[in-house]
Design a protein around this ligand. Structure first.
Ligand code: UDP
Ligand code: MG
Length: 312
């Protein structure tokens, strides 16, 4: 393999004005020390602060920095895919702007890639500082998504280095709502993993609220699995068993002459059946709306501005 293999670092950034310079300094220092040719591609996910202005300023002084700015906030997954599309490297590394993914690990990941691994995954050794509630929800989410994908995702992160082949495989996937973390495993290829300690955020606060995390979890579970719809069938079977038991009891009472009792049972049954039906309709409705979204085939993101020079 020739020595000048370009590494593209893709950094989604949403309201990260305090972190852009720090991220650039930390990453470029490590890579220059290790003689790794690189470009850094910041994808500004429709920030309301000076994020893109910072990127633009950096790109004027450093030819290895490029920037893409979205017309609005399209989400981290869209930003990652825009980065993959714009990257020119022989391999691409995705990492967060807040340096929670330690740049010190990049040379090891790059070396593994040079040794022939096409996907090098950063695996969280621990989940960093989180509230017990957040930890519990994350555990539940990863349990479901791991079951759905058949890939252990409990310690997975977006900190990954992908060979050009894996990047191209990801880019031809047509889905509108891609889930990068799972898809990058789903595409296969020879994979190695490296574990890392999640660092403290350098500045600013996490961009995720409980509500946005819930939406993220539901969206990703349903984009990867039809299991919730099978749960509807399971609920149907359970209700059938309950109705059989209650049916036999009611008939017994009728024939033994005590049929007037059981008003509470009637109310309870009405309520249970009502809620099961509503939830089931909701689940099916959710999938229909996902199909609707996919079929509209809108672009994953819209670019407002770009900066920096592409290599020819
Ligand atoms: N991010 C993004 N778009 C969003 C939310 C987040 O591009 O809508 C970026 C953010 O700038 C950061 C990375 O995704 O580089 C991880 O976000 P954050 O640190 O807020 O998440 P956490 O580390 O708490 O999971
Ligand atoms: Mg973070």
């Amino acid at each position: 393999m020739p020595d000048n293999q370009l590494l593209s670092i893709i950094i989604p950034a949403y309201n990260e004005q305090e972190n852009i310079d720090q991220a650039f300094v930390a990453i470029s220092k490590i890579l220059t020390e290790n003689n790794i040719p690189f470009e850094i591609l910041f994808v500004d996910d429709g920030s309301c602060d000076q994020t893109f202005a910072c990127v633009q300023k950096l790109s004027e002084g450093h030819k290895e920095v490029r920037g893409i700015s979205f017309s609005r906030n399209f989400g981290k997954e869209a930003a990652i895919f825009a980065g993959l599309e714009g990257a020119q490297g022989d391999c691409c590394l995705i990492m967060d702007c807040d340096l929670q993914h330690p740049p010190a690990l990049i040379p090891d990941m790059y070396r593994l890639w040079r040794d022939g691994f096409e996907v090098v995954e950063g695996i969280k050794a621990s989940r960093g500082k989180e509230s017990p509630f957040h930890r519990l929800c994350a555990k539940g989410f990863y349990h479901i998504i791991s079951g759905a994908t058949g890939i252990d995702m409990s310690r997975a992160s977006d900190f990954k280095l992908l060979d050009r082949k894996a990047v191209d495989a990801l880019l031809i996937l047509p889905e509108r709502a891609p889930f990068f973390r799972a898809l990058s495993s789903w595409v296969g290829f020879k994979t190695a993993s490296l574990s890392f300690e999640v660092q403290e955020r350098t500045a600013g606060a996490s961009k995720w609220s409980l509500w946005s995390l819930t939406k993220y979890a539901i969206r990703n579970i349903t984009s990867f699995s039809g299991a919730p719809m099978q749960m509807v069938t399971l609920l149907g079977w359970i209700m059938l068993l309950v109705s059989l038991a209650l049916g036999i009891q009611s008939l017994y009472r009728y024939f033994s002459g005590t049929a007037l009792e059981g008003f509470t049972t009637v109310i309870l049954l009405q309520l249970i059946i009502g809620s099961v039906l509503m939830i089931s309709l909701g689940i099916i409705g959710h999938y229909i709306s996902r199909i609707y979204e996919e079929i509209k085939a809108r672009p994953r993101y819209i670019i407002r501005k770009q900066c920096g020079q592409e290599k020819n």
